[in-house]
Design a binder for this molecule. Structure first.
Ligand code: GLN
Length: 534
């Protein structure tokens, strides 16, 4: 559409957690809906190579792409909004930048020069930004800079943005997201933090082109004028970003504010017509007009921090809309679930979802939840560790293998029904030992999972080290737990189901990473549907 790729940078000021990811995804949606092929990238200023080894308490969910990158959860929003897969190149951390520069230094690529933050680190950052632009696939690349302007660790990124703005004058703009707080005592919205935040950017040589102002109240004409005047931006480039009842309203709110128009205008792209958002609006209509309501119990060990299960809760929202059903989630601490309180905690639920996870904490509660769902014929959906718990529970309570366990928790257990894959055994470095990314799975006709997808061969994303132990498969199948999905190349069991149960599906893969507004995930849709029938 345009001759050269356009770059939009999104920075944040005043406070963290203002929702740069949602603003970026919403803008991308509007641009995509106007026919521009758009992608979003997140630059994270921490030193971990990727968030794969980060505790979810620190950083929320680790999102996984088709190509097996362990990434920031914002990439999940990008995919859910755009319905286009992201990849390794869409998430870069300071750790990865430094790793790459240091490797180049070791190879002698800098020809004896002193290796410095400027230009070597900033060049590496600029290269990473342009990798997506140079692909030729995208008209527009939106790059979200993690953290808050003024943080020490963000400095090289802001400097890279400054250089790119200088080098690609007509093809780059900066959107700065700030907070306009409401002071109840004064009964006023305050613009000073925004002014200061923009000053801070200016000190670093970056003039923002657009300001998105998070606010709980309306930004009136005078306030907009004041912000525009003190921050050197046009009045129409002061965008009000009010709190929304659902994140899926934000693209439409941003359209009302004219964010897409002002951005296109500044990039020199035509602004005629309006975004084609029929599918999006249909989704919102379904979401907001449910005809029934259910409660799903989400059993996990990080439930205090709901961001740890972001993709799962969003998938349930998509599946709810598809079923015209309001899905309430009851967050259940697997740590606190016991044989004694199971009935009380899980009794009223329409469906039970046992979440993924690592390590021993909370695993016995998860196994109890599986038992409850199996015995009481409550629709059950186990994801990754949740599926493994279903296998352990069935082994112990149906096959009578009292010591059935996963060798992740008890390495030399008597009945390792979940065990380390042979090819993983020799890898000891925690950073890179997992089966990650998309793998194919062959489904058994007439199974519940086959009915859900209505396909024989699917592809889903993985993130795990342990697997169903094939040596036990015959015993399981004989007693009614069937392997209804297998990897067609390796034969690894990917899905288990209990025949004599209305809906009991355990999946080794993570379907939640692939649910989008345009394509609510069929397994979640089927799970919600089964739960509706309960
Ligand atoms: N800890 C389990 C494994 O590594 C499950 C991982 C997960 O739930 N993502 O196999």
């Amino acid at each position: 559409m345009s001759n050269s790729t356009k770059y939009i940078f999104v920075t944040g000021g005043v406070a963290s957690s203002l929702g740069k990811g949602i603003i970026s995804a919403s803008l991308a949606k509007l641009l995509q809906a106007r026919g521009y092929s758009t992608t979003i990238q997140k630059l994270d200023p921490y030193i971990n190579i990727d968030p794969g080894t980060l505790n979810p308490y620190e950083h929320g969910e680790c999102y996984v792409t088709d190509d097996g990158a362990e990434t920031d959860l914002d990439l999940g929003h990008y995919e859910r909004f755009l319905n286009v897969p992201t990849s390794q190149a869409n998430n870069v951390t300071t750790g990865r930048i430094y790793q790459s520069v240091i490797e180049k230094e070791r190879r002698g690529e800098f020809l004896g020069k002193t290796v410095q933050v400027i230009p070597h680190i900033t060049n590496e950052i600029k290269e990473r930004i342009q990798i997506l632009g140079n692909k030729g696939t995208y008209d527009i690349v939106i790059t979200e800079i993690g953290g808050t302007v003024g943080d020490i660790e963000s400095l090289p990124y802001v400097e890279a943005v400054r250089q790119m703005k200088w080098e690609f004058e007509d093809d780059c703009i900066v959107i700065h997201l700030t907070l306009v707080p409401y002071l109840a005592a004064a009964g006023e919205l305050k613009t000073k933090p925004t002014q200061h935040s923009v000053k801070q950017l200016l000190e670093l040589g970056v003039q923002p082109d657009v300001l998105c102002c998070r606010t709980e109240h309306k930004l009136n004409f005078d306030l907009r004028k004041k912000i525009a005047k003190f921050c050197n931006v046009n009045m129409n480039a002061v965008i009000e970003a009010r709190d929304a009842s659902t994140i899926y309203d934000v693209p439409l709110l941003m359209q009302d504010e004219g964010l897409d128009k002002v951005v296109l205008d500044k990039l020199g792209l035509p602004t005629t017509g309006s975004p084609e958002l029929t599918v999006w609006k249909e989704f919102l209509t379904r979401l907001k007009n449910p005809t029934s309501e259910i409660t799903i119990g989400l059993v996990g060990k990080y439930v205090e921090l709901k961001d740890s299960y972001k993709s799962i809760s969003e998938s349930l929202i998509h599946a709810g809309a598809a079923n015209l059903t309001k899905v309430n989630v009851k967050w259940i601490h697997s740590d606190k679930l016991t044989t004694e309180n199971c009935n009380e905690e899980l009794n009223e639920l329409n469906g039970i979802l046992v979440a993924p996870g690592f390590g021993s904490r909370g695993i016995s509660g998860k196994i109890e939840a599986v038992r409850f769902a199996r015995e009481n014929k409550v629709p059950f959906f186990g994801i990754c560790l949740g599926m493994q718990c279903a296998v352990i529970e069935f082994g112990r309570n149906v096959l009578g293998l009292k010591d059935a366990h996963t060798s992740e928790i008890i390495e030399d257990c008597k009945d390792p029904v979940i065990d380390m894959m042979e090819e993983q055994k020799n890898i000891s470095n925690l950073g890179g030992t997992m089966r990650l990314g998309a793998y194919k799975c062959q489904l058994t006709p007439k199974s519940n999972i086959h009915k859900a997808y209505n396909e024989d061969l699917i592809s889903e994303r993985h993130r795990h080290r342990y697997e169903f132990n094939d040596e036990y498969l015959a015993q399981y199948e004989e007693k009614g737990m069937k392997a209804t999905g297998k990897n067609p190349e390796t034969g690894l069991v990917e899905v288990v189901e209990i025949e004599e149960h209305p809906w009991f599906v355990g999946a080794q893969f993570h379907p939640e990473y692939k649910s989008t507004v345009a394509n609510p995930h069929p397994l979640f849709v089927a799970f919600v549907k089964a739960s509706l029938n309960k």
